[in-house]
Design a protein around this ligand. Structure first.
Ligand SMILES: CC(C)(COP(=O)(O)OP(=O)(O)OC[C@H]1O[C@@H](n2cnc3c(N)ncnc32)[C@H](O)[C@@H]1OP(=O)(O)O)[C@@H](O)C(=O)NCCC(=O)NCCS
Length: 231
């Protein structure tokens, strides 16, 4: 397993268009439709990150690369069942995890939202209690912790929001062990929380026994240069 992160920087419109020409048409159209420039940059960087990683790991060049999606929208690399990946982006970060088995990653920029209302409506009762039992000043952080763990599980399972958010519960015990409980049973998923920067929460969910501790930080300009070299 490897976990990568890119701290994104602005890209000029001209450069953005040029790099977009090097990726698949469907993704290019998705990027063009975004109004917010940051959405464009994050999605583009996610795409060139995974394409560059695949070259490094499998020596498969960009032009031979097409991704498929499962019925819930999870992208995968057809014909390579032992190469699994998942991407997430939020705020200034794009993150990606790869593994030989299914994997899910989620990063969220912490925003001042009505977390109690959201948790009451969408989280299990024990998740809600995990948040509100804490001092007021850390409840928002706890909310995002559960949010990213839940999302990493949904993304690992690959079933997206077809899984009702209240149908499973993230349990963090007194020793900080993290489990997912479905129908009162612990499932064989492993979780890890990551500290990637203040104002962000990040979590990884895996069906493998262990999750890497290490995040490989990649400089955006180096990534773009490397990707251009693959063409
Ligand atoms: C699409 C979803 C999988 C993730 O959405 P998200 O958190 O907004 O977005 P992220 O940045 O973490 O992930 C996006 C990436 O996940 C991947 N992805 C898309 N569908 C996926 C799926 N069903 N399973 C796993 N990964 C998926 C794609 O690579 C996508 O990247 P792209 O948009 O550049 O193509 C889905 O769970 C969703 O819509 N969530 C909405 C948020 C929400 O309500 N969360 C509740 C948390 S408790």
């Amino acid at each position: 397993m490897k976990i990568y992160a890119v701290k994104t920087l602005d890209i000029s419109e001209g450069n953005l268009e040029k790099i977009c020409l090097l990726i698949h048409l469907e993704k290019r159209c998705k990027i063009q439709k975004f109004i917010n420039k940051k959405d464009k940059v994050r999605t583009l960087i996610g795409e060139i990150l995974i394409r560059t990683i695949i070259f490094e790991e499998l020596s498969i060049r960009n032009k031979h690369l097409t991704f498929e999606k499962n019925q819930y929208g999870k992208p995968y690399f057809k014909g390579h069942p032992k190469f699994n990946f998942n991407i997430s982006h939020s705020g200034d970060f794009v993150v990606c995890a790869i593994d030989d088995k299914s994997i899910g990653i989620d990063i969220e920029k912490v925003k001042h939202i009505e977390y109690k209302e959201i948790a009451k409506s969408f989280f299990s009762l024990s998740e809600f209690n995990y948040i509100v039992k804490e001092d007021l000043n850390i409840q928002l952080s706890k909310f995002y912790e559960i949010w990213t763990l839940k999302e990493s599980y949904i993304k690992c399972s690959g079933q997206g929001l077809s899984i009702p958010l209240k149908s499973f519960s993230i349990d963090i015990d007194q020793y900080e062990n993290i489990k997912v409980i479905i129908d009162k049973e612990h499932k064989e998923y492993v979780f890890k929380r990551f500290d990637i920067g203040s104002g962000y929460k990040m979590a990884v969910c895996s069906v493998n026994k262990e999750i890497s501790n290490n995040i490989i930080m990649i400089d955006q300009n180096s990534l773009i240069n490397k990707f251009r070299g693959l063409i």
